[in-house]
Ligand binder design. Structure first.
Ligand code: ADP
Length: 185
C-alpha cells in the first residue's frame, strides 16, 4: 500500500502533513537551454510528487539568455507533454513567493556534483528562512547526465558540435537555428 492509498483508506493519522508536502512540488530554473539532465529530474520528480510545476524564472541577474521566457516555456511544454501530472509556468521574483502562490510545499533542485552543492545549499537555507513551510528537495540525475549543463551545451553548439545526445530533438533544432540567427546579426 502506498502512502497515498493509506491516506485514502483513512489510516496513518500522522501522515497528512507528509502527504500534503508530497502533493505539489515546484521545479524552478532558468532552463536556457533545456537539457536531458533537466528532463531526467522532471521525470524522476513526477513519479514522486502528485503534481509538479516546472517554472522558468525570469532572472535578471543572469547573462543575456539565448531564448525568451516564452520560448523556454514552449520548449518545456513540448518536452513534458506525455507527463500528465507536470505543468509548465514562468515567474518573476522570489521562488518561495511563487511556490506559496501556487500552493507548492516543496522546491525541487538538481544536484550534479559537489560544485553545485555550496550554492544550492545556500539558496535552500535562504529560502527556508524566507518561508519555513516550504522545503527544498535535492535530486541527483542519472550518471549519464551528471556532467551536463546548459552553458556547456550552448558552447558545444556554438562551435558546431552535435548536441543530439544532450538535449531533446526539438530543442537541438531551435538551438542551432537561434545560433545561426545570432551569427547573421
Ligand atoms: P538555475 O539558473 O536556476 O541554476 P538551471 O536551468 O541551470 O537554472 O538549472 C535548474 C536546476 O536544474 C538546478 O537545480 C540545477 O542544478 C539543475 N540541473 C541543471 N542541469 C542538470 C543536470 N544535468 N542534472 C541534474 N540537475 C541539473
Amino acid at each position: 500500500m502506498t502512502i497515498f492509498e493509506q491516506e485514502k483508506a483513512g489510516g496513518m493519522t500522522h501522515s497528512s502533513h507528509h502527504t500534503l508536502e508530497r502533493g505539489h512540488a515546484l521545479y524552478p530554473g532558468t532552463f536556457d537551454v533545456l537539457t536531458l539532465g533537466h528532463l531526467d529530474i522532471i521525470r524522476r520528480a513526477s513519479t514522486i510528487f502528485r503534481r509538479l510545476t516546472v517554472a522558468v524564472a525570469q532572472n535578471p541577474g543572469k547573462a543575456a539568455p539565448l531564448f525568451t521566457v516564452d520560448e523556454r516555456v514552449a520548449m518545456l511544454r513540448e518536452a513534458v507533454h506525455d507527463l500528465a501530472n507536470v505543468d509548465v509556468a514562468s515567474f518573476e521574483g522570489l521562488t518561495v513567493e511563487f511556490a506559496r502562490k501556487i500552493g507548492a510545499k516543496v522546491i525541487v533542485r538538481g544536484l550534479r556534483a559537489v560544485s553545485d552543492f555550496e550554492f544550492e545549499l545556500q539558496m535552500a537555507m535562504m529560502n527556508e528562512s524566507l518561508n519555513p513551510e516550504i522545503c527544498t528537495v535535492f535530486m541527483a540525475p542519472a550518471p549519464a547526465y551528471s556532467f551536463l549543463s546548459s552553458s556547456l551545451v550552448k558552447e558545444i553548439a556554438r562551435f558546431g558540435g552535435d548536441v543530439a545526445d544532450y538535449v531533446p530533438a526539438h530543442v537541438a533544432e531551435k538551438l542551432v537555428k537561434r545560433l545561426k540567427e545570432n551569427d547573421v546579426r
